[in-house]
Design a protein around this ligand. Structure first.
Ligand code: TRP
Length: 363
């Protein structure tokens, strides 16, 4: 069986470090590993519209931002197909058929949908499109016969729902679709990178993000203002590492080479943590180290982005060509789906040639 990746992001803002460690960095590694036969990376504008119906301009503007973030992180359009969801109408068609395989109460129980409804204060006035986006996401995945969906753990309920749809479809219409699996980040600090204020998640509305496209100075400022241990007031005080954002980020980003380069008096993160716990290590020193580590990671990304920014029409061309390929692949899946569902009337010769009608034969 082919190994196929599909994954994507809603274009509602520039991508931040949470996206980067949670999935983007991994995608690039997977792309370059050569282990996958096909890789599709989707800019989910149609999904973004499910909760931005009155702000299409925001979605439209952010398509290019997300594309630039992809390209500058090393997603290579000669190896991965980058496309725009709304340009593949087959995904809507597939969603429409899948809707018959999912109950309203099942959607209501989807934990991601539940918490997102709360977050958006949608209770009582949930847009139908938003409510059903797990179904459309199942269409996104299955249209490309994806076996593997690299994503953060918040996407786990989506994948579960997609697998259920696949099983129900295959049971009802015969083996047609492939059950996808999620591929979670390996490092637990990457599972969900907290915001710079220590809150559970980076989010634009909370203003606690570090963006991939932030300037060197902006990154430095964010790091220096990061939430640490509120009880670690004086240098000599013992400090807590758990729930200390600076250390969580270090867990996600730092490697032993970084110690050699920027903080040679410690061999590794465990030693640094030990000193912090004992007391005598100030936040500023740890933050400066984190800043050095992040700048090392972000500088090449920033430089690469600058190059792509010089030629925006080229980026749109990449998206257009990717969307054309995606359309062809999705159309071929749709044709299998129609056949399985016996709604391929005009391709069904038995149906067209059948001439015997049995009205009135029964006695
Ligand atoms: N829900 C994802 C997000 O919030 C975007 C997305 C849409 C997606 N369809 C997908 C991710 C299919 C993985 C697979 O960013």
């Amino acid at each position: 069986m082919n190994k196929i990746i599909l994954t994507g992001d809603r274009p509602t803002g520039r991508l931040h470090l949470g996206h980067y460690v949670g999935s983007l960095k991994r995608r690039v590694e997977l792309q370059n590993s050569g282990d996958y036969d096909k890789i599709y990376i989707m800019i989910a504008d149609a999904q973004a519209l499910t909760d931005n119906a009155d702000n299409p301009e925001k979605v439209r503007q952010n398509i290019i931002e997300v594309a630039l973030d992809y390209l500058s992180c090393g997603i290579d359009p000669t190896k991965s197909v980058i496309f725009i969801q709304s340009q593949v109408p087959q995904l809507c068609e597939l969603s429409f058929y899948y809707m018959n395989l999912v109950s309203v109460s099942r959607l209501q129980r989807n934990p991601t949908v539940k918490s997102e409804i709360q977050m958006r204060k949608f209770e009582g006035s949930i847009p139908v499109g938003f409510f059903t986006y797990p179904i459309s996401q199942a269409a996104d995945i299955t249209a490309f016969n994806a076996t593997t969906v690299p994503a953060g753990e918040d996407q786990e309920p989506m994948l579960e729902q997609a697998r259920e749809i696949v099983r129900r479809f295959n049971n009802a219409y015969g083996n047609t679709l492939i059950e996808p699996e999620i591929l979670l980040p390996e490092n637990s600090a990457c599972l969900r990178l907290p915001g710079t204020d220590g809150k559970a998640k980076m989010s634009k509305s909370l203003g606690n993000c570090i963006y991939l496209s932030d300037s060197e100075e902006d990154v430095r400022k964010r790091v220096m203002a990061m939430y640490t241990d509120p009880e670690h007031l004086r240098l000599e005080d013992p400090g807590k590492v758990e729930g200390n954002t600076v250390f969580t980020y270090l867990e996600a980003f730092c490697r032993s080479e970084h110690f050699i380069a920027y903080l040679p008096e410690y061999a590794n993160l465990d030693e640094l943590k030990g000193h912090y716990r004992r007391g005598g290590l100030g936040d500023v020193k740890v933050k400066k180290f984190l800043n050095a580590v992040l700048q090392e990671e972000l500088t090449p990304i920033r430089a690469c982005r600058k190059e792509f920014e010089k030629n925006i029409p080229d980026v749109y061309r990449i998206l257009k060509e990717g969307s054309e390929i995606a359309r062809e692949v999705a159309a071929s899946t749709l044709s299998n789906v129609r056949k399985a569902m016996h709604i391929d009337y005009f391709e069904d010769n038995d149906l067209i040639q059948s001439q015997s009608f049995n009205y009135g034969k029964a006695r």
